[in-house]
Structure formats: C-alpha cells, structure tokens
Design a binder for this molecule. Structure first.
Ligand code: DP6
Length: 402
C-alpha cells in the first residue's frame, strides 16, 4: 500500500467499466437492500472507451469524508453513498473479527477523500452510476484489503453496479434470501470468450434523462401488471436461453433475446401508470432500421437495446460492422466529419448497395445521431499501480478541479 511521506496519506486508484444489460433489471422487491424482482445479464464494455477512475485516500489527518466527482466537490450525505461506505466498513470489521491479517492495514475509522472521473459525459445516459459505484466499492476494498464477492456492497450503491465488478458476460442472480446475501453478480464468460462481438453506442441525446431508473422502477413495481408477469413468467427462461446463446456464441439467438427483452422493458414502462417514455423518434427510427437491415439479409445480423434513455446500444459481429456503420452514416448524416462521428475502436468504411438502401424504409434524418462510440466487451475493474495516475495529490486534495 503506497504511503505518501510525512502526510501519512495512503491512497489507491482503480478503474471500473460500464455494463449494458441484454436482460434488463427493472424493479426491486426490497428498496432498502436493492434486491431485484428478476435476474439480469449484461456485457461489460471495454474500459479503453468507457471507464470510471477513482482514487480513495485515507489519513488520520483528514477532518471529514470528502468527495469530488468530475472535478466538482459533492455532498457526502447522499444516502446510497453512505450505504456503500457503511457496508464496506462492516465487511472490513467482519474480516478483522475472523482474524484475516490482510485487512489490518488501515483503520476503518479514518476519514476518506474520494475523487472520481469518467472518461465519458456523465449526463449522456451511459450508465455512469454502475461504473461509478463499482469503482468506488472496488477501490475501497483494495484500500482496506478485503476481497471476496463485493456484489452485496456495490448493489447498494446502484443495482446494476454489481454487474460492473466483472468483465465479459455477467449475470446478476436475483437470489431468494430476504437479507440479500445470495443476490450477487457472477461472470458467465470472460471478455475473451467472443472476440467477434462488437458494440456501438449511438448517442442520440446528451440531455439528462426524464425519469431516473430508481423512481421509474418504483412506479412500475407499484402499477404495472406486465412487470409482475415479466419477472415471474418471462425472465427465468430468458436468462437460461441467454446464457446458452452466450456460451455457444449463437449471435442470432443472443440478438433476438436482446431485442425482445429491451422491447419488453419499454413495454413495461408504457404499462406503468402514469406511463414512462424513454424512447424518442430517433430511437424508433433506429429500431426500424435494424429490423429492415436484418430483413434484407434474412438473417439477424444486428441487435439494439435501450436503457432508461433514448440512446441505442447496438450489438453486432465484426464482419457486419463496417456496412452497418455506413448505413447509420447514410440515414443519420452528421454535421461533423466521419472521424468525429465514429469514436473509439476504428471502423473501416464500406459501400452500400442500392438494394439495401431501398430496403431501409425511411427518410434520412440529419443529425439524428450525435456520435457513435465503437467498442467491444472488456475486463472488470483493475488497480492502477503507477502513483502518477492518482487523481489526488500527496496531501489528499484533487490534482485537477473544474
Ligand atoms: C434500465 O441500476 O440505475 O439500466 O438500482 O435504482 O440504482 P438503481 O437502478 P439502476 O437501474 C438500471 C436499469 C437499466 C437496466 C439494467 O441496467 O439492467
């Protein structure tokens, strides 16, 4: 554990990924412990394109717990944040009582300075809370020297955060126990399992989402009969089918389940009273374009999924990527040049046949998609060993403030 001279400040820096669910988590059976009404499954995205970096520093000289998020100091009183801190301290005390020597390094009563940055816009609706809480919990676990499954802690920051604790393909098993000890995330397959699988994030709007997931799913649980049907009768089989599709790298099965589950999640939102609308006209055009494209080839080559906002996430295979990106460029012509339109992993250009363009039954929508982030499945959280990468200086204050 690096110590910084006379200040006696100990700090650790880690990074954690974003994840995108293909079987959606929507609804809690226990809002306090964040226990879901159904299991879910996600793909962890590569941290080269999307990640949170968090430094946590600890010192007997700190007067109070403090936190900076993307350069701005935040209130530590946030209840979810307090829950995570309380849970990790509880875990540390539990380990110490069982005599685990690794956790004896740092006093659990010392105050903390936390500094966190995203390499993508927080308000773009890109599941920043999942990466954020996973990163915080993982970094705290390294600082205090506790290991084991951290799902129970991360879950209490944000449900979907427990899935960001692992790379590749991850399921969050809903569990049965009322104390939530069996409601945990587990890796289904690692990030190297399906190298041909590629991911595109179509950023439609960077505006703040209208109804947050926490309050949205609360209203859905209270009012939507479809949510109950989905949790009881649909998701259990779908989880099994999805795990099978992932294990067998069966793209058509994976893609169809992904689209159906996204559609059912948004149908549940419509079934909520008053209804919740996350998709907009551009989202609907993307759905239409994907179905026309698959129909043209009489094969499921591309899938979409949408979370609590209008941005689409596309799953496809490497071999179809250039043509599909070209199609997006054609039907959503951007003001910017191609380099600014497609960020992240490079995508070759391709030509489009007149037949294909004709089969996509829509008028071009200029600037409908602001930009695309091209990425793939990636690893789980990791520790940054280089002290130059700490976000806090040796005195425990942020190196960069906005
Ligand atoms: C639509 O994990 O953000 O992205 O547990 O209340 O923090 P809280 O909700 P959150 O919900 C994510 C909902 C979703 C689907 C998913 O990621 O599974």
């Amino acid at each position: 554990m690096p110590e910084n001279g006379h200040q006696n400040v100990t700090m650790v820096t880690c990074t954690a990924p974003v994840n995108i669910a293909v079987i959606k988590y929507w609804g809690k059976r226990d809002e306090g412990l964040i226990l879901p009404v159904n299991s879910s499954l996600s793909v962890t995205l590569h941290q080269e394109q999307l990640k949170t970096t968090t430094t946590v520093a600890c010192s007997s000289s700190f007067q109070e717990d403090r936190m900076w998020l993307n350069g701005k100091e935040e209130d530590m009183k946030h209840p979810r944040l307090q829950l995570c801190l309380r849970e990790i301290r509880r875990l540390v005390r539990k380990r110490r009582n069982t005599g685990d020597p690794a956790s004896d390094v740092i006093s659990v009563s010392h105050k903390l300075h936390i500094c966190s940055m995203n390499n993508f816009p927080t308000a773009a609706g890109l599941a920043s809370s999942a990466a954020g809480y996973a990163c915080l919990v993982y970094t705290l676990s390294k600082l205090f020297g506790v290991d084991g499954n951290l799902s129970v802690v991360a879950r209490q920051g944000s449900g979907s955060a427990c899935r960001s604790l692992y790379g590749g393909f991850v399921q969050w098993k809903m569990g049965e126990r009322s104390d939530g000890e069996d409601s945990v995330a587990e890796q289904v397959e690692s990030e190297s399992h399906w190298p041909q699988l590629r991911v595109l994030i179509l950023v439609v709007s960077a505006e703040q989402k209208s109804v947050g997931s926490t309050s949205g799913m609360h209203t859905s649980v209270e009012t939507s009969p479809l949510l109950k049907y989905r949790a009881d009768a649909v998701v259990p089989c779908r989880m099994e089918e999805m795990i099978m599709a992932v294990r067998q790298r069966d793209f058509a099965a994976f893609a169809e389940l992904t689209m159906k589950d996204s559609n059912q999640f948004h149908a549940t939102c419509l079934d909520t009273y008053p209804p919740i609308f996350y998709l907009n006209d551009i989202s609907h055009s993307i759905i239409n374009l994907v179905h026309c494209y698959n129909q043209h080839y009489r094969e499921t080559r591309v899938a979409y999924t949408f979370d609590a906002g209008p941005n689409a996430v596309i799953y496809t295979l490497q071999e179809h990527l250039p043509e599909f990106v070209e199609l997006l460029h054609h039907f959503f012509p951007p003001q910017t040049n191609r380099g600014e339109f497609v960020k992240g992993l490079p995508v070759c250009s391709a030509s489009l046949s007149e037949d294909l363009k004709r089969d996509i039954k829509m008028e071009p929508k200029p600037n409908g998609i602001r930009y695309i982030i091209s990425t793939k499945a990636g690893p789980g959280p990791c520790v940054l060993e280089d002290p130059n990468l700490h976000l806090l200086a040796a005195d425990g204050m942020p190196k960069n403030t906005a």
